[in-house]
Design a protein. Structure first.
Length: 344
């Protein structure tokens, strides 16, 4: 088939694609746009793409693609006049497959409705959680006041009942807190952290906050920090990651055991392993433990004050840091959680 005829056939096929496809030359002039792109952006051929997509990062990525850099995909926010969110994937072609010159293809997906849904979900969780938190605090305060009443203290049945009621109200408070936290994290997961953080400081801080619980169970935490253990991250969110993981390790370990936190480096990664000697997780459930509200043993989770959201929160926060998490476990021997973060 003649090359020109082949290209014309290809352009017709691209018109059937619901996503927007735009082809640019090295000067960022539009050589081709499919029907979907024309309908969405009212594009004219030979216009510069910056007339329609005014995003410095995108324009810079287009320039770099002509210099041979890898394909890049990222989200862009447009305001014209309503806020729209799109995902743009770049593809550099120097084989004359689409045109008789080197070109950059933009594949554009509309994420506006997806983000609207995420926002609605977040608002719903936030509103419900707020409405629950206020009366729950009043109930808890009332229970604490009644519990201190002398008549209640002398009534054996009520005296045994009130600690259970207070414990359950605290569990509800923790659940509401974790729901709000998870909802916020999911909305911000695409935002990459930008601060230089020393993981040694984060882990030492979390260990210090756990010392009362550790002391009650007579558990020893071993952590030997190493030099040059920094990443790009968010300190508060890293504290939340290690608080959840170390708190789990303590709560699900028996008394008089040890928790080993082992830092190491592997090429361009900083690695942390948290190894406990706890009750372990059955192998068939390991892949599910990061699901929200999933618990292997609901009665055990309730007894230690778990909400079923801790590892779901950790999963999203690790993802936001562009990190990796791996969990391995053996019943009655313990669990190992390994985290990998790109090192500085």
């Amino acid at each position: 088939m003649d090359n020109n005829l082949y290209q014309k056939t290809l352009y017709k096929l691209l018109d059937y694609i619901p996503e927007q496809v735009i082809i640019l030359d090295k000067s960022k002039e539009i050589l081709f746009n499919n029907k979907s792109a024309k309908d969405r952006f009212q594009i004219k051929l030979k216009d510069n793409i910056s007339y329609y997509l005014r995003n410095p990062d995108l324009l810079n990525a287009i320039e770099k693609s002509f210099e041979g850099e890898n394909v890049k995909s990222f989200n862009v926010e447009l305001r014209n006049p309503n806020v729209q969110r799109i995902n743009v994937t770049l593809f550099y072609d120097n084989t004359n497959f689409f045109f008789n010159e080197s070109v950059c293809l933009l594949f554009i997906r509309d994420l506006t409705e997806f983000y609207k849904f995420q926002q609605l979900k977040s608002d719903f969780v936030a509103n419900v959680s707020h409405e629950l938190r206020t009366p729950l605090q009043s109930i808890k305060m009332g229970l604490e006041t009644i519990e201190n009443n002398e008549k209640i203290k002398n009534d054996d049945e009520l005296k045994n009942l009130f600690p259970i009621m207070l414990s359950q109200s605290e569990r509800m408070e923790n659940l509401i807190r974790d729901l709000l936290s998870l909802s916020k994290i999911e909305l911000q997961e695409h935002i990459k952290p930008t601060h230089e953080i020393d993981l040694n400081n984060v882990i030492n801080y979390v260990i210090e906050t756990q010392k009362d619980l550790v002391k009650r169970k007579n558990i020893k935490i071993n952590f030997s920090q190493i030099d040059d253990f920094k990443i790009i991250g968010d300190q508060d969110k890293l504290i939340e990651i290690f608080t959840n993981l170390i708190d789990n390790a303590v709560k699900y370990s028996n008394e008089n055991t040890e928790i080993n936190i082992i830092p190491s480096k592997d090429k361009s990664f900083n690695i942390i392993k948290i190894i406990d000697q706890g009750i372990g997780i059955p192998k068939q459930y390991i892949y599910r433990v990061t699901e929200r509200f999933f618990t292997v043993d609901p009665s055990k989770s309730r007894s230690v004050g778990g909400t079923g959201l801790g590892l779901a929160i950790v999963k999203h926060l690790v993802s936001q840091h562009r990190g990796l998490m791996d969990i391995s476990s053996e019943i009655n021997k313990g669990t190992t959680v390994e985290l990998k973060f790109k090192s500085l």
